[in-house]
Write a protein that binds this ligand. Sequence first.
Ligand SMILES: C[S@@+](CC[C@H](N)C(=O)[O-])C[C@H]1O[C@@H](n2cnc3c(N)ncnc32)[C@H](O)[C@@H]1O
Length: 197
Amino acid sequence: MKISGLSQACENNKEPILAQLEHMFAHTNTVLEIGSGTGQHALHFAPRLPHLIWQPSDLAYNHALINEVISYAKSGNIASPLALDLAEPWPVERVDGIFTANTLHIVSTDLVVSFFAGVAKHLATNGVLCIYGPFNYQGEYTSASNAQFDAHLRARDPQSGIRDQGWVVELANTAGLELKADVAMPANNRLLHFVRR
Ligand SMILES: C[S@@+](CC[C@H](N)C(=O)[O-])C[C@H]1O[C@@H](n2cnc3c(N)ncnc32)[C@H](O)[C@@H]1O
């Protein structure tokens, strides 16, 4: 695939994430991905999760790249990207899976709260939510590199930054979800697996 603007981090993390999603989304019919970015995760995951439909979404300006990347898909289970801005109502009805990678530390604190309002509204009972990215625990960084990354994020946008796992779990609980697993991933990232009660 010779496309400019691809993410090396996505290339590095896609296989370890998929190894987890194969179990977590084993009984899921449709996964709505929030903040698909380049579409590389969609392209990698969908053919290996052939029982489900992968629905990418992002701000509209990312759609040209996502469409270009997913045009390389050899499986027919990736939908065209939806324009989904966390600041607006979501253009979906009910889904039984939601995935997001590396978004909660990019968007503002208010939009993290909006994300969970959207999850509460659109995730079906027994639906699965998986969130990948870096997290803090009791306000502590899990590595020096995460501390540096957080400083970089906050210098660029004071509303962004690595979130505390406890706060995210609290928002999820309020939205009616239960934490099933918090999996350590390479490069000091985590994969949080929730189920809607
Ligand atoms: C760091 S990128 C992560 C992309 C991809 N998921 C990955 O792991 O490489 C953050 C993503 O959040 C998206 N994003 C930023 N603000 C958003 C918003 N208000 N609503 C939805 N997505 C947003 C960006 O467009 C971008 O694709």
